[in-house]
Ligand binder design. Sequence first.
Ligand code: PPE
Length: 306
Amino acid sequence: MPMKKSDYIWFNGELVEWDKATIHVLSHVVHYGSSVFEGIRCYDTPSGPAIFRLAAHTRRLFDSAKIYRMNIPFTPAEINEACKEVVRANKLRSAYLRPVVWRGYDSLGVDPTSCPVEVAIAALDWGRYLGEEALEQGVDVCVSSWTRIAPNTLPSMAKAGGNYMNSQLVKMEAKQDGYTEGIVLGSDGYISEGSGENIFLVRNGRVVTPPLGASILQGITRETVMTLLQDLGIEVVEQRIPREMLYLADEIFFTGTAAEVTPIRSVDRIQIGAGRRGPVTEQVQKAFFNLIGGELEDRWGWLEYV
Ligand code: PPE
């Protein structure tokens, strides 16, 4: 899917034209993957555009930077405001926001300490992450031959650019082999997550999802869905999940900012449940879309109007 340009990108504190938001080829990040980023959605609600869980995303951005000893030269409040500003400046009703923090241009070599820490925030129109029909029909996925980054290699709580080298291997293999997405197992052999999504399984009305210790990204949609499920009176448990549990599940779904709540209809060509979106998935999807559409009361203060 080619990128749909908007007019401006917030770049180190200023709005610059989309085509002028560039960096030098010898920037540290280009060579060593030294970036942390966020993916945030802004939804068109009856009360105007609202950024979903902005504070939580900004917090995670600063957490990711902290892990990598990067000092972001802006405050969380300034980043929040910049996210709103970029939506307003581009006159967008809904958008996908991509804040990114990177080590810039100064010296070559692994040691990043002399390189400046820079920040940009783009807002663009990004369609359905896993395809137009995915939300209703579900997607066909595989278990990847790749393993998720091990806990003492790259920290999964950081949403770092470098982590996505692993995700790219998973995604490319899956697509090459005719699947929409790949699920990665952790270094212990238990289920971790998708290349860009967290995963939930439903069996006998009970919902399970891998814990933080399974090298997952601590997904904000994951936490949202856990809250919505509890609200619906559906039990959710974080536990280690063996691969074969995928095949035996009544329902499986992915969660993520880009993927939202996407059902999985088969894994490794084995049909999951009835092979279409199941009732629990449908219920939580409905709650999620009602919430972001402004139809379900936002009791949590998750919608941040721009
Ligand atoms: N795990 C991974 C590895 C991941 O990349 C994401 C988000 C999630 C879980 C879900 O996290 P959250 O968005 O907070 O619910 N992936 C982002 C980037 C995807 C991309 O291709 O780029 C996203 O969904 O925005």
